[in-house]
Design a binder for this molecule. Structure first.
Ligand SMILES: NC(=O)c1ccc[n+]([C@@H]2O[C@H](COP(=O)([O-])OP(=O)(O)OC[C@H]3O[C@@H](n4cnc5c(N)ncnc54)[C@H](O)[C@@H]3O)[C@@H](O)[C@H]2O)c1
Length: 259
């Protein structure tokens, strides 16, 4: 079955998972709206898409997901008139014991990943309702389900995303809209590269041991998750085959949470 081309808004698409998935989605023929607080990075993603093999299209836009003005501006613009799929992906990590966790960092993680997900979802839903179709995919993590030391803000935010998803799934069950949480374990992105150094300090281990002893150790499959795997899950969630799959978490974790 050929996938129906969709207009897909990806937040945090200037780097890592957002960028990798956007490239794959454009390759598969979708129109991808590349949103990031860092507009140069968003533009770079579009350049990568246009320079590679793609049957779909891409446009870049600056959206800080915590900024109501940015969100209003986008949804009043031509690009914002049709969003079939919202991939709430923007996020960040900070690793530190709670006692030395800077409060402004803690607040920022919650603002971007919880409040940002809420604000983007709220702004997208009226158009989806009007068109009678919508798919919202919120980026959770295995930290939506389990916890790690030194990640109190991230774990709190990702657990919150899981709860938020379930509530909004119930609120939108009267129309062909689904809301789900995608929960990958480690994907090798700039967010993870930065953590290798931070975790080396927190665990008092050399950086080269963090990947094997901390990151991949709890994963029975012992492999990073790839952009292609995440895109495959998204393609499934936005397909007709998943129209009754809502309020769920799709966990791609190499068996981590089966232990
Ligand atoms: N990399 C992993 O192992 C992993 C695993 C599970 C979940 N995740 C989640 O996936 C998402 C993407 O992570 P990544 O590893 O690709 O990170 P990344 O750091 O490579 O990319 C994050 C992007 O989000 C953007 N961003 C940050 N704050 C923003 C804001 N206020 N508004 C708009 N954009 C903003 C950044 O500019 C950046 O381009 C995050 O939600 C993260 O928690 C990552």
């Amino acid at each position: 079955m050929t996938a129906t081309p969709r207009h897909i808004l990806v937040t945090g698409a200037g780097s890592g998972i957002g960028r990798g998935v956007s490239i794959e989605l454009a390759r598969a023929g979708h129109h991808v709206i590349i949103a990031d607080v860092n507009v140069d990075a968003a533009d770079e993603t579009v350049t990568l898409i246009e320079g590679g093999s793609h049957t779909g299209t891409a446009v870049a836009t600056r959206i800080d997901v915590t900024c109501a003005d940015d969100i209003d501006r986008f949804f009043s613009s031509a690009a914002g008139q049709r969003v079939d799929v919202l991939f709430n992906n923007a996020g960040l990590q900070h690793v530190a014991p709670l006692e030395s966790f800077a409060q402004d960092k803690w607040d920022q993680l919650i603002d971007v990943m919880v409040k940002g997900t809420c604000m983007m979802t709220r702004a997208t839903l009226p158009g989806m309702r009007q068109r009678g179709f919508g798919r919202i995919i919120n980026t959770g993590s295995i930290h939506s389900l389990i916890a790690s030391p030194f990640k109190s803000a991230y774990t709190a935010a990702k657990h919150a995303v899981h709860g938020f998803t379930k509530s909004v799934a119930l609120e939108t069950a009267d129309v062909d809209i689904t809301v789900n949480t995608l929960c990958p374990s480690y994907v090798r992105t700039p967010l993870v590269e930065k953590q290798i150094a931070e975790q080396a300090i927190a665990y008092n281990l050399p950086p080269d041991q963090i990947v094997d002893r901390i990151m991949l150790e709890p994963m029975p499959k012992k492999a990073f998750i790839t952009f292609e795997e995440i895109t495959g899950a998204i393609e499934y969630l936005i397909s007709g085959a998943a129209r009754n799959l809502t309020g769920q978490t799709l966990v791609i974790d190499g068996g981590w949470t089966a232990r």
